[in-house]
Structure formats: C-alpha cells, structure tokens
Ligand binder design. Structure first.
Ligand SMILES: *Cc1c(COP(=O)(O)O)cnc(C)c1O
Length: 367
C-alpha cells in the first residue's frame, strides 16, 4: 500500500503569492461586500469565460438557487432536469418550491436526453435545467429550440464545465443562464465560490438584491434577499488561481491522456469523457464506464482501489431521483439509462500534479 490517493486535490497558488495578494486587505480593512478584488475577479472571469455578464456568489449551489429564484416561477412549477448529477442540482429546484421532473439521460455521454424532453412538458413546465455532466456538453441547440417553442427558460448547471467552449463560444453563453462552481474540488477554485453567467441586465440587478439582502442604498431595501456574497479572501484566491489555471489544465491534460492510453489496453473499461468536435475541454474529471466485459464489476473495482488506499468515487450513484429525500416524491418517469449508467460509472483520481506513479497504481488496480 502506498500513500493515500484522493479523487482530487485542490489547486493552490504558491503560498507567498497568496500572502502578498491578501496584504492590502490589512490596509483597507475591506474584507467583503463587493470589494475591489470581487470586482476585479468578475472582470477577469468575463474575459476568461468569453461572456458579457456575470455575477459572483458565495458558492455554486447558491448561484443555482438564486438564478432559479430570480425568474420568480409560481409555486409548484415544474422544471425538467436530469437526475444524473450532484445532489445540489435537484435541491436547488425543490428549495425554490418547484417540482423536479426528471428526464432520462443519453447512454453516450450522461447528459439529458433531448429527445425525451418534449414528452415531459405540461402546462406547469417553466424551465429546463440540464447539466454539462463531467464537462460533457449538452445538446444545447436542440434544448434551446424546444425551450423557444414552448416558451421555457433554460438554466444550465455548468459546474463541471468551467472554461469550456464550443466552436469558440464560451459555455456561459448558452441558454438564459448558466451557473458555475468555484468549490475547492473544482478545476478552478476560489476556496468556495460560484457564479451565474447570463445575458439580460435585469438579472444582474436581481441577483445583486438576492445576494445582498435587497439593499440598494443606506435607506432603501428594494426587495427580500438573503446573503450570498463572495468575500475578498475568496476573490483573491480566485485571482491567484486564475493566473495559474493554464498550467493546472496542462498538468490535468497530461494525466488525462496517460489514463486514456492505458485504458485502451484494458478490456471492458472506457473513458466516459466525450469530446465534441470544436470543444475546448477543461480536463476536470476522468469518469470511466465499467462494462460487463471487464474482469470485475464497478463495485469490485471500487473496493479494489480502496484496499490500495485509492479513493475513486461512484459519481453519480445513486441518481438524485433515488436518494432518500426525493424517492417516490415526484412524477414517475422511465430513468433506466441514468440508473444503468450510475451502476457502471466510476470517477478516477485526477488533479493538477497527479504523478504518473500514482496513476500507475490506479491503472494496476483496474487491470
Ligand atoms: C459542485 C457542484 C454544484 C455545487 O457547487 P458548490 O460550489 O459546491 O456549492 C452544483 N452542481 C454540480 C453539478 C456540482 O458538481
């Protein structure tokens, strides 16, 4: 047994660089409330993500909750989404008083099956909330065509797709809005953090109110809001990490390619990261599919890895529709593809600086 290998390891800037960067806060004593670094990060991210408008928030989950809230859907509205995701996606819908209507996914890439969306639309449907799962991009064109035909909003959970683009278009441009997560475990992090990308100016104002108690001036509270602002320490971590992101992604790409080459020789195991032509990839995750042709099933491989202190993860198992808190609560839909995927999927350790020796240990356990 070697050293423990985790599913991920947070990218961090050099210590001195971060310490130097936070020093000015001891002069200004300005630690939060849309400070200088918050605003600087907003500007830098617009460039990096190739989007016109962005609002930073305290984390990805609150970004999702608040953009759903921003649209003021009536209580009990239905939002069509996929259950093959992190639990946050479904929580955000339910916590807004809306009903998740689960749609099955495609076996080819785990994203929402755009051919199955229309059948789920009722007079209560207000939005489609698809996930670019692992960074595999949804069929955005078809999804947005359906939304237009039925007058629905499209909100993407793009937490896995930071910095990706399709034919030079940054993924934050798709739909009415997209949310991102800058959690410590994500490809780009600000310790905790998140953002919403969108097109309409009113959304900036609305999110500003929701994330800052609705306060517009010393004496004016314009509407009911919560507190979900990004603080200056997190913004500075984001600014530092953004400077090093190209190196981080390069390191991930090398590790990604190394896995791909090795897996080519292992029967029944294939990568589940599907690249579309024209797509720029962020190499955030390395999901694999373990088929019946493999020498062991997914759970056996997971256990084998664990016995060598390698922490792969069954992302995403079970599907959110089958979790205790959601099971049998919502419209019953045939989700056999998502359930089948969730039994065969395993996400392998991948992070900036993972060594070939560490990867060899992972590969050995798979062989
Ligand atoms: C990480 C993640 C979120 C939540 O983001 P946080 O920043 O952790 O709140 C939402 N959706 C998906 C798909 C995620 O992976």
């Amino acid at each position: 047994m070697g050293e423990r290998i985790n599913i991920t390891r947070s990218s961090m800037p050099p210590y001195e660089e971060f310490i130097d960067a936070i020093k000015p806060l001891w002069d200004s004593h300005w630690m939060t409330n849309m400070g200088r670094y918050h605003n600087e990060l907003e500007e830098k991210l617009k460039d990096y993500l190739k989007v016109d408008k962005i609002s930073l928030l305290v984390n990805g989950h609150m970004s999702l909750e608040m953009i759903i809230q921003a649209f003021s859907f009536p209580e009990g509205s239905e939002i069509i989404t996929s259950p093959f995701t992190f639990i946050s996606t479904t929580h955000a819908i339910v916590r807004n008083g809306c009903k998740p209507v689960f749609c099955d996914v495609k076996a080819s890439d785990g994203t929402i099956d755009e051919e199955k969306i229309e059948d789920l639309i009722t007079e209560k449907t207000v939005a489609i909330l698809p996930i670019h799962v692992y960074g595999n991009l949804c069929a955005t064109e078809k999804i947005e065509k359906i939304a237009k035909d039925y007058n629905l909003k499209v909100i993407y959970d793009a937490a896995h797709a930071f910095g990706e683009s399709l034919n030079e278009v940054g993924i934050g441009n798709f739909g009415d809005a997209s949310i991102l997560s800058f959690h410590a475990t994500k490809v780009f992090n600000s310790i905790e953090g998140g953002a919403v990308c969108f097109h309409d100016d009113w959304i900036y104002e609305k999110l500003y109110n929701l994330k800052n108690f609705g306060i517009r001036s010393e004496t004016l509270v314009a509407e009911v809001g919560a507190n979900a602002k990004m603080n200056e320490f997190c913004a500075i971590m984001g600014l530092c990490n953004l400077r090093h992101l190209a190196e981080a992604i390069k390191s991930r790409k090398e590790a990604f390619d190394y896995y791909c080459e090795a897996l080519d020789k292992i029967k029944g195991i294939s990568t589940f990261r599907v690249l579309k032509p024209g797509e720029v990839n962020n190499y955030a995750y390395f999901p694999i599919l373990v088929t019946d042709e493999a020498s062991c099933n997914r759970n056996e491989i997971y256990d084998k890895l664990r016995s060598d202190d390698i922490f792969a993860r069954k992302y995403f198992y079970p599907i959110t529709a089958d979790q205790n808190c959601f099971r049998n609560k919502y419209k019953e839909v045939d989700l056999h593809v998502a359930r089948d995927l969730s039994k065969h999927i395993l996400t392998l350790p991948l992070y900036e600086g993972i060594t070939r020796a560490e990867q060899d240990r992972v590969i050995k356990a798979l062989s």
